[in-house]
Design a protein around this ligand. Structure first.
Ligand SMILES: NC(=O)c1ccc[n+]([C@@H]2O[C@H](COP(=O)([O-])OP(=O)(O)OC[C@H]3O[C@@H](n4cnc5c(N)ncnc54)[C@H](O)[C@@H]3O)[C@@H](O)[C@H]2O)c1
Length: 252
């Protein structure tokens, strides 16, 4: 499958977890991909592992919270691969704390990374795409937790819900430039951080497919959103969540 041949992409937080699955699927679809991650060593290790599979990937150490570093990642992609066509905002933390105990610094730091980081990077990417004049695709990774309230998720859920609205506004303002902006909301994913064999019953009781998702399954959705096959869908949220967000009564 080479539906993304000739395209260049950046995936933030691409060194591991969900981001790595997105990097792999975009690259397998023919895109050249910059793995932009604050952990430069992990990005380099990921690039060398995927490079051994014949995929065109480059590591780039950067912090999504810093506008100059976001611009540097965009410049690196354009210099190395000739353009920036696809940008995936993925870097984020999933930390939770009870609302009554949550400190202001915890709340502000999580919002800074999970929401402000998406604004900072999305703006740098969109400005480059507008200057190129050939459209583009921006994909923001939200979460089931952005679509419902959830215990311990005052900061995380708020950041992920805000990403949905940010996506809608970006879609409206960037449409005249041929830039489509969509969101993917994953359910529980199996990543390097996962210790359990299956998601907790709090998840599986709502899941038609009661298992962890694979980051590659998020990557597959990203490939479609990044491809020419996706031509009339913008501002939307696509769930990759085993049915979690559409499930009502499961028994009886
Ligand atoms: N894991 C899940 O079950 C799940 C479910 C729904 C949504 N998500 C979303 O997927 C995204 C990735 O989550 P994950 O579970 O793969 O996380 P992870 O911790 O496994 O990976 C996150 C990556 O982002 C990088 N990163 C962290 N801070 C950064 C910064 N300031 N600048 C650049 N890179 C930075 C890390 O080094 C790491 O490589 C997040 O946005 C998360 O909300 C995850």
């Amino acid at each position: 499958m080479t539906v993304l041949a000739g395209k260049a992409a950046i995936v933030t937080g691409g060194a591991r977890g969900v981001g790595r699955g997105i990097v792999q699927r975009l690259a397998e679809a023919g895109a050249k991909v910059v793995i932009a991650d604050i952990d430069g060593d992990a990005a380099a290790a990921c690039a060398s592992a995927l490079g051994r599979q014949g995929l065109a990937v480059e590591p780039f150490a950067m912090d999504v919270r810093e506008p100059q570093q976001a611009e540097a990642a965009v410049a690196f992609c354009r210099e190395r691969f000739g353009s920036l066509d696809i940008f995936v905002n993925n870097a984020g933390r999933t930390d939770r704390q009870p609302f009554l105990e949550m400190s202001l610094s915890f709340f502000e730091e999580l919002i800074r990374l999970n929401l402000t980081g998406y604004f900072v990077c999305g703006q740098a990417a969109a400005r480059a795409m507008v200057a190129q004049g050939r459209g583009g695709r921006i994909i923001n990774i939200s979460s089931n937790s952005g679509l419902f309230g959830g215990r311990g998720r005052a900061a995380y859920g708020a950041s992920k819900a805000a990403i949905v609205n940010l996506t809608q506004t970006m879609a409206i303002e960037l449409a005249p430039y041929g830039i489509l902006v969509n969101c993917i909301a994953p359910g529980p994913m199996r990543t390097e951080r996962t210790r359990e064999a299956a998601p907790s019953p709090a998840f599986t009781c709502r899941m038609s497919l009661p298992r962890f998702g694979d980051p590659l399954e998020v990557g597959a959705a990203a490939v479609w959103l990044a491809s020419e096959a996706c031509s009339f869908t913008t501002g939307h949220v696509i769930g990759v969540d085993g049915g979690f967000t559409v499930t009502g009564v499961m028994e009886g």
